[in-house]
Design a binder for this molecule. Structure first.
Ligand SMILES: Cc1cc2nc3c(=O)[nH]c(=O)nc-3n(C[C@H](O)[C@H](O)[C@H](O)COP(=O)(O)OP(=O)(O)OC[C@H]3O[C@@H](n4cnc5c(N)ncnc54)[C@H](O)[C@@H]3O)c2cc1C
Length: 280
C-alpha cells in the first residue's frame, strides 16, 4: 500500500475477513484486519467505513467494535439487499475494500461527567455499541449509563450475551423491549419509548445518543424533550444513501448538510426541522 493510497479517502485499503459471527437470522458481525498487517486507522465511536464488496458495490457501515482494540475493525450488518447480502456471505480470508473511518462520531468529550442515555432501535444498536465499551472502560469519567433498546422480536435482538453482561455492571441500566414477544418471551413488549417510564434518568445531567429508524427517532426526541432534556443534549445518527462519502458528490444531502461529512451524528438542534419533514 502506497502513502498516496493511505492518504486518499477515495482509495480503499484491502482488508481480510477474520471472523463472521451470526447475531440474528439476518444480521452478522464481521471482523476485518488489514491485508498488509498494518494497524487499522483509529476510529471514534459513531464513525463508519465504506465497505467495498468486490464485484458487487460499496456501502456505508458503522464500526461496531471497541475503539481501543488494535489490529481489527468490527462491523454488524443486516442483510436487506444485494450489497449487504453479499457482505454477510463473505468467508474467513475473503478480501474487502475499506475506506475510512469517515464522518463525525458521538460527542463523547461533551458526555464526560454526565449520565449517558443511549436509545437504539434494531440495527441502530451497532453504532452505539462502541459508546457502551467506551463508558464501561472509563467508568469513572461518566455518570450512569442507561440503554433503551428495541427490536422487532426476541430473535432479532443483537449482542444478547453482551446485553446481559452490561446489565451486571455498576451504575448501568439496560432495558430491552420487542414489538412481538411470542410464547417464551418474559421481557417487555412495546415500542422503545414505552421503556422511558422504567429508566432512572436525571434529565438535567444526561446526554442522549439515539440511533434507529427515523420514525422511531422522531418519537424518541419528542419523549426526550418531554422528559426535560435540552435539545443541545440530544444527538442522532442519520442514514442516507451515499456514494463518495467524503462530501463531494452531494448524494447524502440532508437539508443543508451532508450526512457523510457533517454527520452521521448530528446535534438534534441542528437537524430538528429536517427530522420533522418526512421523506426529506
Ligand atoms: C452512515 C451509515 C451507517 C450505516 N451503518 C450500518 C450498519 O452498521 N449496519 C447495517 O446493516 N447497515 C448500516 N447502514 C445501512 C446500509 O448502508 C444499507 O442497509 C445498505 O446500503 C443497503 O444496501 P443493499 O444493496 O444491501 O440494499 P438496497 O438494495 O440498497 O436496499 C434493499 C431494500 O432494503 C431497504 N433498506 C436499505 N437500507 C435499509 C436499512 N438500513 N433498513 C431497512 N431497510 C433498508 C431499501 O429501501 C430496499 O427496499 C448504514 C448507512 C449509513 C448511511
Amino acid at each position: 500500500m502506497t502513502a498516496t493510497a493511505l492518504s486518499d479517502p477515495m482509495v480503499p485499503q484491502v482488508h481480510l475477513v477474520q471472523s463472521v459471527t451470526r447475531e440474528t437470522p439476518d444480521t452478522f458481525t464481521l471482523t476485518l484486519r488489514p491485508d498488509d498487517g498494518a494497524a487499522p486507522s483509529h476510529f471514534s465511536p459513531g464513525q463508519f467505513s465504506m465497505l467495498w464488496v468486490f464485484g458487487v458495490g460499496e456501502l456505508p457501515i458503522s464500526i461496531s467494535g471497541d475503539s481501543s482494540t488494535e489490529g481489527r475493525l468490527e462491523y454488524t450488518v443486516r442483510s436487506v439487499g444485494p450489497a449487504t447480502h453479499a457482505l454477510v456471505k463473505r468467508q474467513v480470508g475473503d478480501a474487502i475494500g475499506v475506506r475510512g473511518p469517515l464522518g463525525v462520531g458521538w460527542p463523547l468529550s461533551a458526555a464526560r461527567g454526565h449520565d449517558v442515555l443511549l436509545v437504539a432501535g434494531g440495527i441502530g444498536l451497532a453504532p452505539l455499541r462502541p459508546v457502551v465499551y467506551e463508558v464501561l472502560r472509563n467508568r469513572d469519567q461518566y455518570g450512569r449509563l442507561v440503554l433503551l433498546y428495541g427490536a422487532r422480536s426476541p430473535r432479532d435482538l443483537l449482542y444478547r450475551k453482551e446485553l446481559a453482561a452490561w446489565a451486571r455492571q455498576r451504575d448501568t441500566q439496560i432495558l430491552v423491549t420487542v414489538d412481538y414477544g411470542g410464547m417464551n418471551w418474559r421481557g417487555h413488549v412495546g415500542v422503545v419509548t414505552t421503556l422511558f417510564r422504567y429508566a432512572r434518568l436525571q434529565p438535567n445531567r444526561s446526554v442522549a445518543m439515539v440511533c434507529g429508524p427515523e420514525v422511531m427517532m422522531r418519537f424518541v426526541t419528542r419523549e426526550l424533550e418531554h422528559q426535560g432534556l435540552a435539545q443541545a443534549a440530544i444527538h442522532l445518527s442519520m442514514e442516507r444513501n451515499m456514494k463518495c462519502a467524503v462530501g463531494l458528490c452531494g448524494h447524502c444531502q440532508y437539508g443543508s448538510y451532508f450526512v457523510c461529512k457533517d454527520g452521521p451524528v448530528f446535534p438534534y438542534e441542528r437537524i430538528r426541522s429536517s427530522l420533522e419533514k418526512h421523506e426529506l
